[in-house]
Design a protein around this ligand. Structure first.
Ligand code: ACO
Length: 432
C-alpha cells in the first residue's frame, strides 16, 4: 500500500555524521509508526524481540487501545456487538467490512449452515489419533488436513475462492471441535443440524448422542455465542501474526489456520483459559489464595496468576467485563452461583484490582479468566477450552489472511542480532 508520510523522524547513530530521515505514517486511530524499512540499506536492522513496538502490516479490521480498554471491530465497539449483534453477524463484518443487510445476513447464515459437514474421508484422520490425545493436537492435525480436500477453490489469488475458503472454515470448525471431543470420549460423531443456529448446533454436536437428543438451553446457547463473539478477532496477536506469516509464503489457507491453532495452544496465549481452571483447582480453596498470590508476586518464583495481564491491555479487558456478566447469567441459570470456583475467582479478581503489585503493573483480569469458568459450568471439559477459543478466532484469522492476500504483500522474514560463533574451520571428528 502506498503510504504518505505525515512527518519525518530523525535517527542519529553515533553523532550527527550519520542521521537517517525516516518517514512517519498515521493511521485512523492509534500510534503513529516509523518506517524503518530503509535502515537495511544503511547497514542496520531494528531490534524488537517479541515485536513489542513493531507494526508488521496495515490493517482495517480491528483496533485496540490497550490503555483505554477499547476494542473495535471495523469501528464497532465490542460492547455494542456483544449486546446487540451475534457471532455470525460479526464473522460477516470481519470478512466484509460492513454489517450485512437482512438479505445478506440470511444468505450468509444459510451458506455457513450448508458448509458445516466435513468430508467423510476426514473421519479417518481422527481414527489415527490416540483417544487421550489433546484436542488441540487433533485440531492442528485435522484443520491442516482440510488443505488436502478442497481442490475446487485453491487459487488464493481468486477472491471468490478465498471467500469460499473463509465460509468453509467458519462452518466446519465447530464440527471438527465437537468431533475432537466425541473422539476423546469414545462416543459416535454427531452430524450438524441445519435447523439450529451456530452455537446451538455446536452444543448439539457436543452433547447429543444417537440414543438421546440434547435439548439446547437458550441461556447456554446465548453464552456460547457470546464466547465465540468475544474471541472472534484481536488484531495482530501471536496466532493471527502466525497465520499472516505462514500465509505470506503463499501457503494453503487451511494449513495457515492450522499454524494459527498451533500458536494459540500455548499457555501464554489461548491456553490460558485452560490454565486458569487448572490453577483454580490447584488453589483448591479461598483460604489458600493469599499463598498463591504471594507466589505470583515473588520475583524468584515463575508462578503467574493465569488469566491476569495482557500484552496490549493495560486496563480492564473490555471482553472480560462482558464475560463476567455472562458468567453470572450462566451460573444463575444452572443454579451454581455459589460454586467454590466462582468464589475463588471473585476473590482473586478483587485482590488483583487492589493489590499494589498488580495495580502498579496494570495486570487486570483478561478474557480467559471468566471464559474458563463459564465453559466449565456448561460442561465443556477443560482440555476443550482452547479449542473453543480457536473456533471463535477462526473468522479473525481468515479475515486477516484474506486482507493480506487481497493486497500487495511481502513474504514475512524477520532479521536477527547474531551472537553465535564467527566463521571457523571445520575440524574432522578424529581431531576434536
Ligand atoms: N501474574 C503475576 N505477575 C505477572 C503476570 C501474572 N499473570 N503477568 C505479568 N506479570 C508481571 C511480570 O512478572 C512482570 O513483572 P516485573 O516487571 O516485576 O518483572 C510484569 O508483570 C510485566 O510482565 P511481562 O511478562 O513483561 O508482560 P507481557 O506483556 O510480556 O506478558 C502475558 C503478557 C504473557 C499475558 C502475561 O501477563 C502472562 O503471562 N499472563 C498470564 C497468562 C495469561 O493469562 N495469558 C492470556 C493472555 S490473553 C490471551 O491470549 C487471550
Amino acid at each position: 500500500m502506498v503510504q504518505k508520510a505525515t512527518k519525518m523522524a530523525r535517527l542519529s547513530v553515533d553523532g550527527e555524521d550519520s542521521v537517517f530521515e525516516l518517514p512517519v505514517y498515521s493511521g485512523t486511530e492509534g500510534q503513529d509508526v516509523i518506517n524503518v524499512g530503509s535502515l537495511t540499506s544503511k547497514g542496520y536492522f531494528t531490534y524488537d524481540p517479541g515485536f513489542v513496538s513493531t507494526a508488521a502490516c496495515d490493517s482495517e479490521i480491528t483496533y485496540i487501545d490497550g490503555d483505554k480498554g477499547i476494542l473495535l471491530h471495523r469501528g464497532y465497539p465490542i460492547e455494542q456487538l456483544a449486546e446487540q449483534s451475534n457471532y455470525l453477524e460479526l464473522c460477516y463484518l470481519l470478512l466484509n467490512e460492513e454489517l450485512p443487510s437482512s438479505a445478506q445476513q440470511a444468505e450468509f447464515v444459510d451458506t455457513i449452515k450448508h458448509h458445516t459437514m466435513v468430508h467423510e474421508q476426514l473421519v479417518h484422520f481422527f481414527r489415527g489419533f490416540r483417544r487421550d490425545a489433546h484436542p488441540m493436537a487433533i485440531m492442528c492435525g485435522v484443520t491442516g488436513a482440510l488443505s488436502a480436500f478442497y481442490h475446487d477453490s485453491l487459487d488464493i489469488d481468486n477472491a471468490e475462492h478465498r471467500r469460499i475458503t473463509a465460509h468453509r472454515l467458519i462452518a466446519k470448525m465447530p464440527t471438527l471441535a465437537a468431533m475432537s471431543y466425541k473422539y476423546a470420549t469414545g462416543q459416535p460423531f454427531i452430524f450438524p443440524r441445519n435447523d439450529l443456529d451456530y452455537a446451538e448446533n455446536f452444543l448439539h454436536m457436543m452433547f447429543a448422542t444417537p440414543c438421546e437428543d440434547y435439548k439446547v438451553n437458550p441461556v447456554i446457547a446465548k453464552a456460547m455465542d457470546k464466547i465465540f463473539l468475544l474471541h472472534a478477532d484481536h488484531e495482530q496477536n501471536a496466532s493471527t501474526s502466525t497465520v499472516r506469516l505462514a500465509g505470506s509464503t503463499g501457503a494453503n489457507p487451511f494449513a495457515c489456520i492450522a499454524a494459527g491453532i498451533a500458536a494459540l495452544w500455548g499457555p501464554s496465549h489461548g491456553g490460558a483459559n485452560e490454565a486458569v481452571l487448572t490453577m483454580l483447582d490447584e488453589i483448591g480453596d479461598v483460604k489458600n489464595i493469599d499463598k498463591f498470590v504471594a507466589k505470583a508476586k515473588d520475583p524468584d518464583d515463575d508462578f503467574r496468576l493465569m488469566g491476569f495481564g495482557h500484552r496490549v491491555y493495560k486496563n480492564y479487558d473490555p471482553r472480560a467485563k462482558v464475560m463476567q456478566q455472562t458468567c453470572h447469567e450462566v451460573l444463575a441459570e444452572l443454579g451454581v452461583e455459589d460454586s467454590p470456583t466462582l468464589k475463588m475467582a471473585q476473590r482473586l479478581e478483587q485482590i488483583a484490582l487492589e493489590d499494589e503489585y498488580f495495580v502498579k503493573r496494570r495486570l487486570y483480569p483478561n478474557v480467559d479468566f471468566y471464559s474458563g469458568i463459564i465453559l466449565k459450568a456448561i460442561g465443556i471439559p477443560v482440555e476443550m477450552f482452547t479449542v473453543m477459543f480457536a473456533t471463535g478466532r477462526t473468522p479473525g484469522w481468515i479475515a486477516h489472511w484474506n486482507e493480506m492476500i487481497g493486497a500487495p504483500y511481502k513474504i514475512g522474514r524477520p532479521r536477527q542480532l547474531y551472537k553465535g560463533h564467527s566463521a571457523r574451520d571445520y575440524v574432522p571428528v578424529g581431531k576434536r
